[in-house]
Write a protein of this length. Sequence first.
Length: 237
Amino acid sequence: MSDMAFIHNYGLVGSIIVLVLLLIIAIVKTKWFNKLANHATDRHIKKSMKDMDKKNISTYINMINDSDISNHDIFNRIDFLLYSKIPAIKYSTEYRTAIFRKYLSIYLKSHKTKIYEFVTNRDYQFMDNARLLKNLLNLINLIVYDYEREMKDANIPDIIIEKMKAKNNCNLSLTIDLVEVICNSNFYDSNKNFLKIYSILNIITSLLENTIINSEEVCNSINGQLKGFTYDGKVEP
């Protein structure tokens, strides 16, 4: 990914925040960092850190406000994935195309709904670090519970739910570790926790797209376990 593409995805402020966070995680979780860093090369990190030395970081911190959180790009990105990218994805059979599209739609809508409720409630603005961490971890658990419950109600086969859960476990663990790092780091201290929430939303945005990539691998790993299953008029041969 080029420098301009990286900045386009996250914005100047977001790019700096994400890259600094990646440096922290590189030290703490090298194995997971290597996977995440596919879209952020060492050159990006070094350049952004060099630029930060020339600027007062407080300038960037003070640029983030309530509007940046409630109108974060994660919501527009989810809409793009839901209404443009997912409808264009094709898997190995018509049945698998229909069922995995449904899985991903539920997965993304649950994230959008629960995250939007959390940020527009604005209780996070008045939390200390410990309470913020607790509520963010509760949010993550609530999202997982919500989309898995809805998937079962939508008759998505258990084997798909379980295999996707196993595949996404690394992302989920990474998200939890990132949330803990951000909540406990003095670097992310700012007015009303804006910088912490903004940083976490940036990371979640990136990891959501990774789930879409993982879905194709999971789909191809399922052999005959779906034979005869039907969904939306499509039958697995």
